[in-house]
Design a protein around this ligand. Structure first.
Ligand SMILES: Nc1ncnc2c1ncn2[C@@H]1O[C@H](COP(=O)(O)OP(=O)(O)OP(=O)(O)O)[C@@H](O)[C@H]1O
Ligand SMILES: [Mg+2]
Length: 609
């Protein structure tokens, strides 16, 4: 249970869905098996070693049998010599072979599975991040993450362990029964009468136990979610003095865990009693009836000993099948989820960075023609209702309007995160759909509304705009974005680690990093979505100056709430409820008496004074 740390709470349903094993599903899985192909010869060798180790394992009780027979003055079977020493040596020889074979079996299977899995993981990850935005809209990050982590681990387990184990157990089962019959038909009839009862009961118990331990895990994960949530929002908990409330919530959840764990303990206890009584009872029964046969002279002592060993093999093999079957089912379920990603239509972006380079250089004209749009996750709500505007190359176009009007949505559409329902977006007169998505995104830079920095150094975060940038270029960009000063204030300067495990930057600092990132990219089209909203007036002025330099000679789309920052724009578009209600220069719009722009700007003016 201790394994259930915080991590599992992000995926409370640790349970893997099982899928039927049928022809269609097997075919699906074989798509994944193709990943083993490059390592085919190693896999084959592994198989050979697996077969060898199973057969050798099967031979071992026979050696013991003959050894005891020779010791009790019976004739040796299977053509083995009539000497304890020689048999002992043969036994050690077999053990040695078994040891060597086991090593290579495990080593080869693990190598094949690890390498194939890394290939699948890499491809799945790449597919995942090249999927269109609307794929992510309906899915939680934790759930997608679990496909790459737990789903693929399940497949890996099945490939490395279950598959090999299944083959081994089949050999042990078939070989074991054959030898049992060979050693003593009478005892085997007796055994076959009691064994299935024990095995079926064992399977039943196993199932019930697994279900309860799963429930317990889910409950524990639930309680861990409480811990995670409160720790993440600890400042909220404290600010509202809700410590006692959270503690009692956690306590309640823990009581549930204990209740289920106790239920599980009942089953576990019963299972232990059952094992003691039935399983050992069955062995006792064989021993009892077997001793009787030995006494009658039907069986040798060695035979009886070997018999017990083989019964163990057969019983263990029978008992292991349900679990292995369940594992294969889980692996099929996991494969389906992974294949769902691999089969999903993705954006045409190549794994080879060379193929993603700019092929068609943009001039910078953008025009929206009667654009209608709603987000795929909420198709009933129209976000843009026939938006038309034009930005000539090099112009500064400002978009203003109330919160929720659709401003950031326009920015996302320019980057082709989504497709329009109706109307069109043109770049230099070409429809966005006729241009390569990489050509657009490579030449458009955005300073987003909510800047997210990656874990890593400040330098790496700025270089995200141009991976090949030199230190000098990075510093240059930071200087222009008015970020150099605060960066050099840190003891580690540009090597300061930011993100989860590093320094937390303020909103304004993050914005300036994002501006530096965009500067470094040197785009044809620049989108600033509230790029200076988190800055104080002093820094805003400085950054604004930097942005003026940045905006020169490129098309700029400036989204702003603070209207003072966009007075100089060539055109201001006023957006409300997904429609353009006014457009023109600051001067023109200020003259519309009942206009939205005038109202917004006078409100801000009052506010500021
Ligand atoms: N990913 C999304 N999925 C579904 N709906 C969305 C998504 N993003 C935004 N919306 C909705 O689209 C509408 C417009 O959002 P948008 O972010 O474009 O507004 P905005 O004008 O940028 O507002 P703000 O000034 O507050 O940033 C809102 O009603 C919002 O709820
Ligand atoms: Mg916005």
């Amino acid at each position: 249970m201790a394994r259930n740390g915080l991590n599992s709470s992000s995926t409370p349903a640790q349970e893997f869905t099982k899928s039927k094993i049928n022809k269609e599903n097997i075919q699906k899985i074989s798509a994944l098996l193709a990943y083993i192909k490059p390592y085919k010869s190693k896999f084959m060798f592994g198989m050979v070693f697996l077969l060898l180790s199973s057969v050798v394992g099967l031979a071992f009780p026979a050696i013991i049998q003959v050894m005891v027979d020779v010791a009790t003055d019976k004739a040796p079977k299977y053509g083995l010599p009539n000497s304890i020493n020689q048999i002992g040596l043969i036994a050690f020889g077999i053990l040695f072979i078994q040891a060597v074979v086991s090593f290579f079996r495990i080593r080869l299977f693990v190598e094949v599975a690890e390498k194939a899995l890394a290939d699948i993981r890499r491809d799945t990850y790449f597919r995942m991040i090249t999927l269109p935005m609307n794929f992510f809209a309906n899915r939680r990050v934790g759930e997608l993450n679990s496909r790459i982590s737990s789903d693929l681990s399940q497949i890996q387990d099945t490939l490395t362990t279950t598959l090999a184990e299944m083959i081994r157990q089949v050999i042990l089962l078939v070989g074991g029964i054959a030898i049992l019959v060979y050693v003593s038909g009478k005892l085997t009839l007796f055994l076959l009468a009691i064994m299935p009862v024990v095995v079926v009961a064992g399977i039943f118990f196993g199932k019930a136990l697994r279900k309860i331990s799963r429930d317990a895990q889910d409950k524990l994960a639930e309680s861990n979610t409480i811990v995670e949530e409160t720790l993440q929002g600890i400042s909220n908990v404290k600010a509202f003095v809700n410590e006692a409330f959270e503690a009692s919530r956690y306590d309640k959840s823990l009581r549930e865990v204990v209740k289920i764990a106790l239920k599980g303990a009942n089953y576990r206890g019963l299972f232990a009693s059952f094992i003691v009584f039935c399983l050992f009872g069955a062995i006792m029964g064989v021993l009892w009836y077997g001793s009787f046969l030995v006494k009658q002279g039907d069986l040798s002592v060695g035979d009886l000993l070997a018999y017990i060993f083989y019964s163990f093999f057969v019983g263990a093999a029978m008992g292991s099948f349900p679990e292995m079957y369940a594992n294969v089912q889980k692996a099929i379920g996991a494969s389906e989820r992974v294949l769902e990603i691999l089969d999903e239509e993705h954006e045409p972006i190549s794994m080879d960075p060379k193929n993603n380079e700019i092929k068609h250089v943009l001039n910078g004209d953008i025009s929206f023609k009667n654009a209608f749009f709603s987000y795929p996750s909420r198709p009933d709500i129209a976000v843009l209702n026939g938006v038309s505007f034009e930005a000539k190359a090099g112009e500064k176009i400002a978009i203003v309007g109330p919160s929720g009007a659709g401003k950031s949505t326009i920015a996302g559409l320019i980057l082709r995160f989504y497709n329009l329902q109706r109307g069109s977006i043109l770049f230099d007169g070409h429809s966005i759909e006729d241009l390569a998505v990489t050509d657009i995104r490579n030449q458009v830079a955005i300073v987003p509304q909510d800047v997210i920095l990656f874990g890593g150094t400040i330098k790496e975060n700025i270089a995200y705009g141009k991976l090949s940038a030199s230190d000098k270029e990075i510093e240059e960009a930071a200087k222009k974005a008015n970020a150099h000063q605060f960066i050099s204030g840190f003891p580690e300067g540009y090597e300061t680690v930011v993100g989860e495990r590093g320094v937390k930057l303020s909103g304004g600092q993050r914005q300036r990093i994002a501006i530096a990132r965009a500067l470094l990219k040197d785009p044809v089209i620049l989108i600033l979505d509230e790029a200076t909203s988190s800055l104080d007036s002093e820094s805003e002025k400085l950054v604004q100056e930097a942005l003026e330099v940045l905006m020169k000679d490129r098309t700029s789309i400036i989204i702003a709430h603070r209207l003072s920052t966009i007075r100089e724009a060539d055109k201001i578009i006023v957006l409300d409820h997904g429609q353009i209600v006014e457009s023109g220069t600051h001067k023109e719009l200020s003259q519309i008496q009942e206009g939205l722009y005038k109202r917004l700007s006078s409100l801000q003016f009052e506010y500021q004074n």
